[in-house]
Design a protein around this ligand. Structure first.
Ligand SMILES: *Cc1c(COP(=O)(O)O)cnc(C)c1O
Length: 377
């Protein structure tokens, strides 16, 4: 049995967790949270990074920091995880789903302007599979219409667009450190605040509506409840786990890329024969091998193929049921224009096992099993 995912473990995690326990502080914003924030600020040249309890909560924070008013609209792809959408609903926005590009499964920037109305306030760019959206175009459109840009870079930690780390290009960026992502802390995430003027509001929102961060910096002489807030601080135990992973970020990245490249090389002949489509990486995008997916002919073939993989003991899965057709999507949003690619392309997509530390032998078993599938022979 080869699982679809294994949580990343480098072997150093216990050392740092033990240090956290011995430090006598296990609640949020201790030394490991600070180390993780600083590591990301340095490596991604980010203005400010705050660890959160999940990417969902980072998206919640980004939505609340946008201060949507009743009737305001946010444009996002329908092909994404529920968190992207539900955070905007929490922030008070109506959802306008935009079609995706078939090559990257990302928001189609050429269809963006048609989705903009006088109520539009923000765009959420989801970097699917850690491959960047066409950010120059998205940012140019957003600036021209006075819109905020939130990057859902849950899958894009360590990926870049024209040399710029994902999450640092829009107004806010959101990372995930869930166990299914490249770097993990069990459950966790981070908010990247790309403008200094948003930092104070983000700190207050993250710390139960108090100005405690300012107090610790000695900028105010007592700390008090100053605004609406919530609690988005992860425990130091989780931050310690993540810190061990960040210190091995390059190793984890290269390990995943090795698997990605092996799959890609092995399946190129199937693509050449027109039996499948492989992932496309546009010029200027460097990806982090978050995912390896193929696209088969259609939904029926995918169902047969997934059943076959299951019988062979290999964890292959599909991704995602488009949100505009889900019960909550119907309630909170509408699709802008025609759904040309969202449903059709998501129906064909199959993800193969991909995780840090996958053995060459397991990788070869996956490859051989795919190549032996009767419709590919
Ligand atoms: C995983 C994921 C999330 C949610 O991340 P959590 O840390 O589990 O909240 C949000 N958006 C996308 C695109 C994801 O892949």
């Amino acid at each position: 049995m080869i699982p679809f995912n294994k949580p990343p473990v480098t072997g150093d995690e216990m050392t740092y967790i033990r240090l956290a326990i011995e430090s006598g502080k296990i609640s949020g914003d201790g030394q490991f949270t600070r180390l993780c924030n600083e590591w990301m600020q340095t490596h991604f040249h980010a203005n400010r990074v705050l660890l959160t309890t999940s990417c969902t909560s980072a998206l919640d924070m980004a939505a609340l920091l946008c201060k949507f008013q009743p009737g305001d609209e946010v444009i996002l792809p329908s092909f994404t995880f529920s968190s992207t959408a539900t955070a905007m609903v929490l922030g008070g926005a109506k959802l306008v789903f935009c079609d995706i590009r078939p090559d990257t499964m990302n928001l189609d920037e050429t269809k963006l302007e048609a989705a903009i109305t006088d109520k539009t306030r923000a765009i959420v760019a989801v970097h699917y599979a850690g491959v960047a959206c066409e950010m120059d175009t998205i940012m140019e459109i957003a600036r021209r219409h006075g819109l905020k840009v939130i990057e859902d870079a849950a899958q894009g930690v360590m990926s870049t667009y024209k040399g710029r780390p994902l999450g640092t290009i829009g107004d806010f960026g959101c990372y995930s450190f869930h166990e299914t992502k490249n770097y993990s802390m069990g459950e966790g995430g981070a908010l990247l605040i790309n403008h200094p003027e948003d930092e104070e509001a983000a700190e207050i929102l993250r710390e139960k509506g108090t100005n405690r961060s300012k107090f610790y910096r000695g900028q105010v002489d007592k700390y008090t409840w100053v605004d609406f807030g919530d609690s988005y601080l992860p425990s130091e135990l989780n931050a310690a786990y993540l810190y061990a992973q960040l210190l091995k970020a390059e190793e984890i990245n290269e390990n995943r890329l090795t698997t990605y490249t092996a799959y890609h090389t092995a399946f190129q002949p199937l693509a050449d024969r027109g039996l499948i489509e492989l992932q496309q990486i546009p010029d200027g995008c460097i990806h982090n091998a978050h995912m390896f997916y193929i696209k088969v002919a259609d939904l029926d073939m995918r169902t047969r193929f997934l059943n076959y993989m299951k019988e062979q003991g290999i964890g292959a899965v599909f991704h995602y049921v488009p949100l505009h057709s889900a019960p909550a999507g119907l309630k909170f949003g509408r699709f802008s224009g025609e759904d040309v690619y969202t449903t059709r392309e998501s129906d064909r997509l199959v993800r193969l096992p991909m995780y840090y530390g996958m053995t060459p032998s397991d990788r070869n078993t996956v490859i051989e099993t795919v190549l032996k599938y009767e419709e590919f022979r």
